[in-house]
Design a protein around this ligand. Sequence first.
Ligand SMILES: CC(C)(COP(=O)(O)OP(=O)(O)OC[C@H]1O[C@@H](n2cnc3c(N)ncnc32)[C@H](O)[C@@H]1OP(=O)(O)O)[C@@H](O)C(=O)NCCC(=O)NCCS
Length: 192
Amino acid sequence: MNLRLDTTTEPIQSAAYTIRRGTPADAADLASFAARTFTDTYGDYNSPANLAMHLTSTYNVAQQTRELSDAGVATLLAHQYTDLVAYAQVRNGPPPPCVGGAEPVELLRFYVDKSRHGDGLAQRLFEEARRAAVALGGVTLWLKVWERNPRAIAFYRKCGLVDVGVAEFFVGTDRQTDRVLAMNLRDSRAPS
Ligand SMILES: CC(C)(COP(=O)(O)OP(=O)(O)OC[C@H]1O[C@@H](n2cnc3c(N)ncnc32)[C@H](O)[C@@H]1OP(=O)(O)O)[C@@H](O)C(=O)NCCC(=O)NCCS
């Protein structure tokens, strides 16, 4: 079976999960899932006001519709039957100065429902995100991850990303420090 998912919307069925490109029709589902998984991950570490500000500005349906319509953003959705269980977004965009590699593409968001952590879905989704980054012309994949998110940092290291510096990230009015990780897509291999 061919497991490639580059720029097509053809779904990939693997075990119980289907991974496919998102379309604007997915905006409401994605906005709701993205807000829930952000809250699951970071809700305990942010004030309700800052969290609400971030959710409202980032995960509203109009914003997700814009991102799903943007040719420079690839959104990958993983479903189990009809349930959205994970998503990833990669995009063209300017990296922070600490990312020195050629043709940088950002892994902007990568979230797996907490009930599926540790079951291998994240590895499969990462591999599809990596392919999507190559399809966007990327040679260097980079991302920002909160410095106090050790599980995500451990996962990305397993995938071959290395720490290259820091960048700031705002949740509402709270300025936080993210680690910046990067990898050369031409050197990479599938995560184990
Ligand atoms: C980040 C995420 C995608 C990783 O997927 P996952 O299925 O949990 O990943 P895995 O279980 O394969 O790998 C996580 C690793 O971190 C390790 N880990 C777990 N808790 C840890 C901790 N507190 N400190 C250090 N390592 C930790 C696990 O043991 C595992 O390593 P191992 O395979 O060597 O045992 C998933 O946890 C997730 O969606 N988290 C919430 C959203 C998020 O943080 N997204 C990243 C935003 S930048």
